[in-house]
Design a protein around this ligand. Structure first.
Ligand code: KG4
Ligand code: ZN
Length: 366
């Protein structure tokens, strides 16, 4: 079964053809990062306009790269929630129109489910290391000979970390999602982006912080862990803690404007702040995941999903967990097609292309 997956929830216009949920025949992603690097963040109306321009060329290229014409496509899957309203509208309206025009079943997919299902795609890396972190999370998988064919086992825990979300999901089986932890304020990706701004690093902040951190001393600045009980997160305090630490370091009062701080920081201070912040963010994520594993001792696999899953320090801190291939960590159409494939296997029916709606803020449990 060949599914065309379409993704436009934020600032990537993406389409991909995936066969039977695992074989990526094409994967085209046009990123608007260059546009938003100038502004220091995403501007929703500019994003929607860029999707409008890129959408059809991206879909045509995905079909071409996959050597498919419309007769070869069995279904269309599209992200309909959550995300930026204008961005979601462009993708869904395109998918609706193509489904009607080419008489294909249409499936609506939740963005966070797609991120989770990036872990079922074949390039999924299985980090193998001697660290004890999360040992036992997937003991049955370690002895298998054919590592490339391994897929996560249920029940599993998914750490979903993106620019808009930070959640721990419990998945007893395919297409079953229970939120067991969520952030009370900022998402961890958002925190990377905001801290990068304070340090004068470019948007998106995640990769920029990771790069700066390579030349930094992660133990130079002590940053606090939030006091949030249970499996929930909070990241806005960490961002403020970085701001206060920078102000203190350069000797200015707390009223000093944050966008001017970068001018007072040396290269080394920027790298040291980036490294110290990244270390703390990773520690917080790992701590909560370990607490979740204690609450769900039957867990067979841990998967990490969403843009922040590209982070190398996090990958090293969670050697027993599944991570998507780095190029499938961010937004892409292949994960949409994969998620849709498993939804179809679980009995999900196609949606009416004349009625498909968008839900900018709906939960993964709906
Ligand atoms: O999943 P995603 O591409 O878009 C959303 O659905 O939000 O995630 C984007 C987020 C951004 O906040 C970006 O800074 C972060 O992922 N990110 C990273 C890295 N690469 C991207 N964060 C930390 N380390 C990275 N290497
Ligand atoms: Zn995303």
């Amino acid at each position: 079964m060949k599914i065309l997956g379409i993704e436009t929830s934020c600032d990537e216009t993406a389409a991909s053809v995936v066969e039977d949920g695992v074989k990526i025949l094409s994967n085209v992603v046009v990123s608007q990062i260059d546009i938003f690097a100038e502004y220091g963040g995403v501007i929703p109306e500019v994003a929607a306009r860029s999707h409008l321009e890129a959408m059809m060329p991206v879909i045509n290229k995905a079909l071409l790269d996959a050597s498919c014409d419309w007769d070869d496509i069995d279904a269309i899957a599209v992200t309909h929630a959550p995300g930026l309203l204008g961005s979601l509208l462009i993708g869904t309206l395109t998918a609706r129109t193509l489904a009607i025009l080419h008489d294909k079943p249409l499936y609506a997919v939740h963005h966070l489910k797609s991120h989770v299902y990036a872990n079922w795609l074949p390039e999924t890396s299985l980090a193998r290391s001697s660290s004890d972190t999360l040992k036992g999370a997937r003991p049955s998988l370690r002895s298998s000979e054919n590592l490339t064919r391994l897929v996560p086992q249920f029940p599993l825990l998914a750490l979903v970390i993106s620019g808009g979300h930070t959640q721990i999901l419990h998945m007893p089986g395919h297409n079953q999602f229970e939120i067991i932890g969520t952030t009370h304020d900022d998402a961890v990706g958002e925190c990377f982006d905001k801290v990068a701004k304070i340090l004068g690093l470019p948007y998106p902040g995640g990769p920029a912080i990771a790069k700066a951190a390579e030349g930094g001393n992660a133990n130079r600045y002590k940053l606090p862990h939030p006091k949030v009980t249970g499996l929930d997160f909070s990241f806005s305090g960490l961002k403020t803690a970085v701001l206060r630490a920078v102000q203190k370091e350069v000797g200015v009062p707390i009223s000093y404007p944050s966008h001017k701080l970068k001018e007072l920081l040396s290269e080394q201070q920027i790298c040291d702040f980036a490294a110290s912040f990244q270390k703390t963010a990773v520690e917080i994520l790992v701590e909560k995941l370990e607490a979740a594993l204690k609450e769900f001792p039957d867990t067979k696999s841990v998967v990490v999903a969403g843009g922040v899953s590209a982070n190398k320090a996090l990958r090293e801190a969670l050697p027993e967990a599944y991570f998507p291939a780095p190029d499938l960590s961010g937004d892409n159409g292949a994960m949409v097609a994969a998620a849709s494939y498993y939804e179809i296997q679980s009995g999900v029916k196609p949606t009416d292309p004349y009625k498909l709606n968008i839900y900018p803020r709906i939960s993964v449990e709906n």
